[in-house]
Write a protein that binds this ligand. Structure first.
Ligand code: HEC
Length: 219
């Protein structure tokens, strides 16, 4: 009897540790409207490249418990929706005290970047996104294709996965065997991707297919 309880407990532990964390999915298919600040397009990239690096506010170091890596964690870092005046995340950017201002001197955000964060908070600090998708002309892999794969696929398709998508050469393998286009276009005979997420928009799929038609260059 004891053994059975033990066994059941172990199975529950095992199951819960296998549960897959879904990447955060927000609707980013609408066009980018002028005057609106978007978290995913405008704010997160500033935080990721200036604050969420190793030794500072990345997921691992998390100085002072602050991780500026995604919406939920950014909100926890002291954002009062609609009020930059009361938001710690904004106040540290304009602190007069060199010991308190973020990022620590000599690094600093530009006036434009600070305004972007202020406006985003004052507009309600929404978890919003838009698409600036443009399928005309030559499609750049690094600017147009990789960012969508990197943000929406690598969570499930990391190192050692059956279908690994962690670099250009991984992606190229899936282009050459036809699976990338098949899966993203939801063609029959392929697993529809992203699994559990929204199908890529028509514009994104047009971009993908044009890039593949150009020979899928690492451009
Ligand atoms: C929630 C997890 C998850 C997400 C997100 C996800 N996939 Fe998958 N994907 C899977 C699983 C599971 C399989 C089947 C096992 C394998 O091939 O790795 C798969 C298979 C594939 C395949 C092979 C399809 C086939 O028919 O054999 C491709 C290509 C693929 N995924 C591309 C993508 C791309 C591109 C994205 C992002 C837009 C993505 N996936 C997002 C879980 C996911």
């Amino acid at each position: 009897m004891k053994f059975q309880i033990f066994f059941a407990f172990g199975a529950v532990l095992l199951l819960s540790s296998c549960k897959h964390e879904l990447p955060e999915l927000i609707d980013d298919s609408g066009p980018c409207l002028p005057g609106v600040v978007y978290f995913k397009n405008d704010v997160l990239p500033i935080l990721q490249s200036n604050c969420a690096m190793s030794g500072c506010h990345d997921a691992k170091t998390a100085r002072e418990g602050i991780r500026l890596t995604d919406y939920a964690n950014v909100m926890r870092a002291g954002v009062v929706k609609g009020s930059s005046r009361e938001s710690e995340l904004y106040k540290v950017l304009i602190d007069n005290n060199p010991g308190d201002i973020m990022p620590p001197p000599p690094a600093s955000l530009t006036a434009d970047q600070i305004k972007t964060i202020k406006d985003w908070i004052d507009q309600g600090a929404k978890n919003n996104a838009c698409t600036s998708c443009d399928s005309s002309g030559t499609v750049s892999y690094s600017a147009k294709i990789w960012p969508i794969i990197n943000s929406g696929c690598t969570g499930c398709h990391g190192y050692g996965k059956n279908t690994q998508l962690t670099s250009y050469s991984d992606v190229k393998v899936q282009v050459d065997n036809g699976k990338l286009s098949g899966a993203l276009n939801h063609k029959s005979g392929f697993l529809p991707m992203p699994q559990g997420g929204a199908k890529w928009t028509d514009c994104q799929l047009r971009m993908l297919d044009r890039w593949i038609a150009d020979g899928a260059p690492n451009n």
